[in-house]
Design a protein around this ligand. Structure first.
Ligand SMILES: Nc1nc2c(ncn2[C@@H]2O[C@H](COP(=O)(O)OP(=O)(O)OP(=O)(O)O)[C@@H](O)[C@H]2O)c(=O)[nH]1
Length: 367
């Protein structure tokens, strides 16, 4: 099945009490979400959230409450979705056309995206449309500072929804907005009150499908918002990083003040990239550092290919590449956005140089 034919999945994430259920309740009432399958993951013995979600076909809401989707019950996602689809079919219900997954407040979204990409049944039917992260305006900054999960949720998102904006003043909102831009410079930020948002706004940053306009691909990548890194020199290392092992996380960064060090950057390559260089480089990066790769997005000019390719990876896995219209990479520059947990940009740049070099000698030392 072509990527464009797969059903879109929206992952709704956000820390405890950030307003996910409130938002979902509003979303499912909108015509654009009429045919959505809603998966609600709750933690604890008594799941309540699903009861709060608006009426609708009983099979269009799937509750998963025996554990957290990102750790213990990943395999159950596929089974539960499959059962819901079969039940709808058996009972003549409306076929679904998209899925929304509400994660628990403590979930790390990366393993959930990984499951969507690697589970055979799911990957044949669904594609990630976007990750929406809700951040509570009243507690957002302190939550980001105190909880690694909250930083990861914000870092990986395509769109950041600042909820409960009615509870705080403008300076406080501005501080939160700045902090979020540190963690995730490319994500669009929207303010939401009591879950009121147009569903169409949340689906505007999806992974481009063949034939989509190039502007959409550009928006999806958001490359311009990141620290820029290029091959050969990479970024000049700071004195403390210069003597550190290449693949060890760097110790100093403006983003390392609070808990986990999220490092995101855009690596650009001007000349077309030979397919074997691309494959070897990404294979090695993902096998050495996959668990630190929260998200990788790229639009690549591959040597000998008439169309640029969109790549999308999470942890050790990449989606099948999606060919884009030539205009999506009009300047011929390949751009890779890396959102990582502590991966130094130099590691990415130097590994690329190694594979790009005509007579490589020895790969850089992994730690
Ligand atoms: N004032 C105000 N309250 C809000 C807003 N959005 C949500 N709330 C309230 O915040 C509380 C938590 O909202 P939920 O939607 O349950 O949050 P959640 O993210 O689903 O919570 P968990 O499932 O516990 O992680 C509820 O009492 C909501 O009514 C908002 O924009 N403004």
């Amino acid at each position: 099945m072509r990527s464009a034919d797969l059903m879109p999945v929206t992952v709704l994430t956000g820390f405890l009490g950030s307003g996910k259920t409130t938002l979902l309740n509003r979303l499912v009432r909108q015509p654009a979400m009429r045919d959505a399958l809603v998966v609600i993951n709750e933690f604890g013995d008594i799941g309540l959230d699903h009861r709060l979600v608006a009426e609708g076909d009983e099979h269009s809401v799937v509750e998963m409450s025996s554990g957290c989707l990102c750790c213990t019950i990943r395999g159950d996602l596929s089974k539960s979705v499959q059962q819901a689809c079969e039940a709808l079919e058996r009972e003549g219900g409306r076929p679904i056309s998209r899925m929304i997954i509400e994660t628990t407040g403590l979930a790390d979204p990366a393993p959930i995206l990984h499951t969507l990409m690697t589970d055979h049944w799911l990957a044949q039917r669904f594609r990630l449309d976007g990750v929406i992260c809700l951040v509570d305006a009243a507690n957002g900054v302190s939550t980001l500072n105190a909880h690694r999960e909250s930083q990861r949720q914000a870092a990986i998102a395509d769109c950041l929804l600042i909820t409960k904006a009615d509870l705080v003043d403008e300076p406080r909102l501005a501080r939160l907005s700045e902090r979020l831009a540190e963690v995730n410079p490319a994500a669009e930020q929207l303010q939401v009150k009591h879950g009121e948002v147009d569903a169409a706004r949340l689906t505007a940053r999806r992974l481009p499908a063949s034939g989509n306009p190039d502007r959409q691909a550009e928006g999806w990548l958001g490359a311009a918002a990141y620290v820029q890194v290029s091959p050969a020199a990479g970024l000049a290392p700071t004195p403390s990083e210069a003597s550190a092992p290449l693949l060890a996380p760097a110790t100093t960064s403006p983003l390392s003040r609070h808990g986990e060090q999220i490092r995101s950057f855009c690596f650009s390559v001007e000349a077309p990239i030979a397919p074997e260089v691309l494959e070897d480089w990404l294979d090695l990066l993902m096998s050495l550092l996959g668990d630190k790769m929260l998200r990788v997005k790229a639009i690549v000019n591959v040597a000998g290919q008439p169309q640029p390719l969109a790549l999308h990876g999470v942890q050790h896995i990449f989606h099948p590449p999606v060919p884009l219209p030539a205009e999506a990479c009009a300047d011929g520059v390949s751009r890779f956005v890396f959102i990582t947990s502590g991966v130094a940009p130099e590691a990415v740049a130097q590994l690329f140089d190694y594979f790009q070099a005509p007579h490589p000698t020895k790969p850089p030392q992994a730690q």
